[in-house]
Design a protein. Structure first.
Length: 349
């Protein structure tokens, strides 16, 4: 099913149209405790939502699990949802991922609409049909590909975000720049992330969305070039999962930023990525994202987590690497020794 992405200048009108095109008997809105307070009041008086039933779940990635998923299913059932109902996911990546999976599996699938409210969800999580939950300490271990009917993006929601959430989403934008073209990359590393201009950022969001939209249209189920979108994520997801296991969770985008730093080193060593561009990008990441504390005693756990990455084949850990900005190499095997050297580089620089 094709996904329609709307860069909205009139959220009320665009949402009204989207709901009308999703023929439904009952309408539900999924929020987490944060977006229920900061985002739902901005749209709750829309006429198109007057009969909607609100479902609210816990915020942050710690709630992206089977227990929360079961709560959403139960709320849909108790609200009288049928296979002809529609769910609107209003929130960040956790809400769009979990809500999308809940909708995709309830009654074997009901329509859903994503309204991303974080920068991360706008440029990444809400687009492309990946849905799912974390399971057994692993990121996005359970899920399916299924597109929302609509993704409606309104950058007014950026005003609700704090500084860490802006930075978290920006890491995915930085990744999009690295896998696309030098001009976009240069603009991204020149942007003042410490005092962000939200108007300029809104324009950059549109460019970032186009990068992802082009790739997922070409390869919807990640058989080939869509693996480029995982740049920074093989190590980044391992950092994120380890932090969660150690009860010191970090935002997804911060984990991606740390993963980009490590994987750019691999690009330089294994794919001759230009050293000057690697250093410029690494410097930007260190300046804006700080450091993740871990020791060599964590290497084994991190490598074990990387072995669960969905890009892997036959026990080998596969990476997406870059020969240069926009010059993508998928399915690159990296040895455990090389990964340890990369982690050394991160800790020593």
């Amino acid at each position: 099913m094709e996904q329609r992405i709307i860069l909205s200048q009139n959220l009320n009108g665009d949402l009204t149209t989207a709901i009308s095109e999703c023929e439904h008997d009952r309408l539900f809105v999924l929020t987490d405790t944060t977006t229920a307070q900061s985002c739902w009041p901005r749209i709750s008086n829309y006429r198109c939502l007057k009969d909607a039933r609100l479902i609210t779940i816990g915020a942050t990635d710690t709630h992206k699990n089977l227990k929360t998923l079961s709560t959403v299913w139960k709320s849909l059932e108790e609200g009288g949802a049928t296979r002809h109902s529609c769910l609107i996911n209003l929130g960040g990546g956790m809400v769009t991922d979990l809500g999308g999976f809940a909708a995709s599996t309830f009654k074997r699938g009901i329509d859903f609409i994503n309204i991303p409210t974080t920068l991360l969800a706008m440029v990444d999580a809400s687009i492309g049909g990946k849905t799912g939950i974390n399971f057994n300490g692993l990121k996005n271990e359970i899920g399916i590909f299924r597109n929302s009917r609509f993704v409606i993006l309104d950058t007014m929601f950026l005003q609700t975000l704090d500084e860490p959430d802006i930075r978290s989403g920006y890491a995915e934008m930085l990744k999009h720049g690295l896998i696309s073209d030098k001009q976009m990359w240069a603009e991204l590393i020149d942007f003042d992330l410490q005092q962000p201009d939200l108007l300029q950022l809104s324009q950059m969001v549109a460019d970032s969305i186009r990068v992802k939209e082009h790739i997922v249209t070409e390869d919807p189920t990640e058989q080939d070039i869509r693996k480029a979108l995982n740049f920074g994520h093989t190590i980044g997801h391992a950092f994120e999962a380890l932090a969660l296991q150690q009860n010191h969770p970090i935002l997804h985008g911060y984990a991606v930023a740390y993963g980009l730093l490590c994987e750019l080193y691999l690009c330089a060593v294994k794919a001759k990525f230009p050293i000057d561009r690697m250093r410029q990008t690494v410097s930007f990441i260190k300046e804006n994202y700080g450091r993740l504390d871990f020791t060599c005693n964590d290497y084994e756990a991190l490598i074990n987590l990387m072995h669960h990455d969905k890009k892997n084949t036959a026990g080998s850990i596969n990476f997406t690497l870059l020969h240069d900005i926009g010059d993508i190499l998928i399915n690159q095997t990296v040895s455990e020794k090389e990964i340890c050297e990369t982690l050394d580089f991160y800790r020593e620089n």
